[in-house]
Design a protein around this ligand. Structure first.
Ligand code: NAP
Length: 306
């Protein structure tokens, strides 16, 4: 059966597009390699999503969005879109080797965590090296962990980890944070977070499990070995765009260029959320993108297929 829209990505952008299109009566299929929830679903507390004056747990908020999309009739499946082809007026979308037909596609596949690329990182991944505090934080109860990065993800992750670890060392390569001021102030006020600024990780060491980080002070050149049980890496993201090759225009950084209505150079292909070239990547802006993409899909289907 031909879907009206296949939505790749079950984060806030994809689920909002699903809510709008399913509510409009379209046949909607959402596919996501981990089910749904996106990065927001791995964020402990989101403080700046409107409507929640005391913050909201990421998994709880995403659970609401999943229920809402399903409630309007969207189908949500596990699966990774590996290829998209435009064939006449329809798209052929390959999900884990199986082909589906759709009248339109919303690409809301977000970004993946960037790796640091230092010796030991690959070998010790899952053995003390993590990219997700909410997933792995509980494994480090009363232990010492480091968090690498100076953006909102690193600072939010560091605060979350103080709920488990005895000590959290926040390592950042500069002495100013990229994260928003509210987040920085919460970190400064948290006695269980120790700052190590102007510092970069040069290697990760351990025999089977992570035992220490080789850390260099970029100002003094001094090198020290810091003993930790875990390290959480939040050093930015890489946009997930491989299946869009030939269908959309990317910026030099790999983000997708869209018009204001989320359309791309391929009619019927819309892009929403963090993967899009835009100024601010937040749950609130992802939801906005998803709403516009959903509305644009509805308009596109009416104009081209009804
Ligand atoms: P980000 O803002 O790009 O920050 C990445 C951090 O990693 C930067 O501090 C960067 O340092 C550092 N970094 C990059 N490469 C490095 C390397 N090789 N070695 C050491 N450090 C390195 O990424 P993010 O924190 O994941 O945030 C992504 C987007 O999501 C942002 O727009 C953010 O505001 C948003 N977000 C929002 C919230 C929230 O509001 N609750 C939560 C999470 C994420 P420099 O600063 O020196 O470049």
């Amino acid at each position: 059966m031909v879907q009206d829209v296949i939505i790749a990505g079950g984060g806030p952008a994809g689920l909002t597009a699903a809510i709008y299109t399913a509510r409009a009566g379209l046949k909607v299929k959402v596919v996501d390699p981990v089910g749904a929830g996106g990065q927001a679903g791995n964020t402990s507390v989101i403080y700046n999503y409107p409507g929640f004056p005391n913050g909201v747990s990421g998994p709880e908020l995403m659970g609401f969005m999943i229920d809402q999309a399903k409630g309007f009739g969207a189908e949500i499946d596990f699966g990774e879109v590996t290829k998209i082809q435009k064939q006449g007026s329809l798209f052929k979308v390959t999900v884990d080797g199986k082909d589906y037909e759709a009248r339109s596609v919303v690409w809301a596949a977000g970004t993946s965590p960037r790796s640091l690329g230092v010796p030991g990182e690959v070998e010790l991944k899952g053995r003390g090296v993590s990219y997700c505090a909410i997933c792995d934080g509980p494994l480090f109860r009363n232990k010492v962990v480091a968090v690498v990065g100076g953006g909102d993800s690193a600072l939010t992750g560091a605060q979350f980890l103080t709920g488990y670890a005895q000590q959290v060392i926040l390592l950042h390569r500069r002495d100013e944070f990229r994260a928003g001021l509210a987040n920085v102030n919460r970190v400064m006020d948290n006695p269980r977070i120790t700052l190590k600024l102007n510092s970069v990780v040069e290697a990760m060491k351990g025999d089977g499990l992570l035992e220490s980080l080789v850390v260099k002070n970029v100002k003094t050149g001094e090198i020290e070995e810091v003993e930790v049980d875990g390290v959480f890496l939040y050093v930015g993201s890489i946009p997930n765009t491989a299946p869009l090759e030939g269908l959309a225009v990317l910026t030099p950084n790999g983000y997708v260029k869209t018009e204001d209505d989320m359309s791309t150079v391929t009619p019927g292909l819309f892009v929403a959320g963090d993967v899009r070239d835009k100024l601010l990547r937040q749950v609130a802006t992802a939801v906005g993108d998803g709403a516009v993409a959903g509305w644009s899909v509805e308009k596109y289907i009416i104009e081209n297929f009804r």
